[in-house]
Design a protein. Structure first.
Length: 224
């Protein structure tokens, strides 16, 4: 029984999609359900961690005991994460929109009828929350874990991501199938010096096993 394994540990978790407004009634977003991130927050709480869960809009109830911070945009999510530091571990599960509309109109956009020129939407890059937190000089969490949803060359892309974003671990998964929004996940856990392929299992089981690994690693005093 390792129920108290994360006692005294502050974990910061992001989950869900972000919404990037185009006008007051429209936004850009993605299919993230928040399920994996919420399951991780719950598993960490069950091991005794104090958890700040920063979440985009999802249809889930936050786990009991979480310090819950609802946000919509990537910029709000970054701000909420920075305000939640210091943390011992940061787990970036959110499917942050990489791009947002350059301008959010204050009035509902009117699209002209057929025959007029087709409207163009200018996009600009969002801040990379994981990269920003992982590169902090002061207040970098001891263990920074990113997720990488890929549709091909999963491990290769994930290893590059680990280095680029200065993560300690990357949880890589293949989203070419039914993983996004689904109940199960099949992951490769990529650490700096090795990687492990886990069998396909429920997202709650992935969460529990990951939480246990986090407890062992923080207990050993390093990101292994
Ligand atoms: O580059 P990519 O979007 O595939 O990276 C995925 C990882 O980076 C996830 O852990 C996600 O939460 C994080 N991310 C982020 N901010 C972004 C884009 C991705 O924190 N703007």
């Amino acid at each position: 029984n390792n129920a108290g394994a994360l006692k005294g540990v502050h974990a910061l978790v992001t989950a869900g999609p972000t919404r990037e407004p185009l006008d007051p009634v429209r936004f850009l977003s993605n299919h993230s359900s928040g399920r994996q991130g919420y399951a991780i927050a719950d598993a960490l709480i069950k091991l005794g961690a104090s958890v700040t869960l920063v979440s985009g809009p999802v249809a889930l109830t936050p786990p009991a005991g979480a310090d819950f911070v609802p946000v919509e945009t990537a910029r709000q999510m970054l701000k909420a994460c920075e305000e939640a530091l210091p943390a011992d571990v940061f787990i970036s599960v959110a499917a942050v929109a990489d791009w947002r509309p350059a301008r959010a109109a204050t009035k509902k956009l009117k699209i002209k009828g057929a025959g007029s020129e087709h409207p163009a939407m200018e996009l600009i890059e969002n801040p990379d929350i994981l990269k920003t937190i992982a590169h902090k000089r002061k207040n970098r969490p001891d263990l920074v874990i990113g997720f990488a949803a890929e549709t091909h060359d999963v491990e290769e892309h994930a290893e590059a991501k680990l280095a680029r974003k200065n993560c300690d671990w990357i949880v890589a998964n293949d989203v070419s199938g039914d993983v996004m929004g689904g109940a199960e996940n099949e992951i490769v856990l990529i650490m700096r010096d090795r990687s492990e392929r886990w069998p396909r299992m429920g997202k709650e089981d992935v969460a529990r096993q990951l939480a246990t690994r986090i407890a062992v690693t923080l207990g050993d005093g390093g990101a292994g």
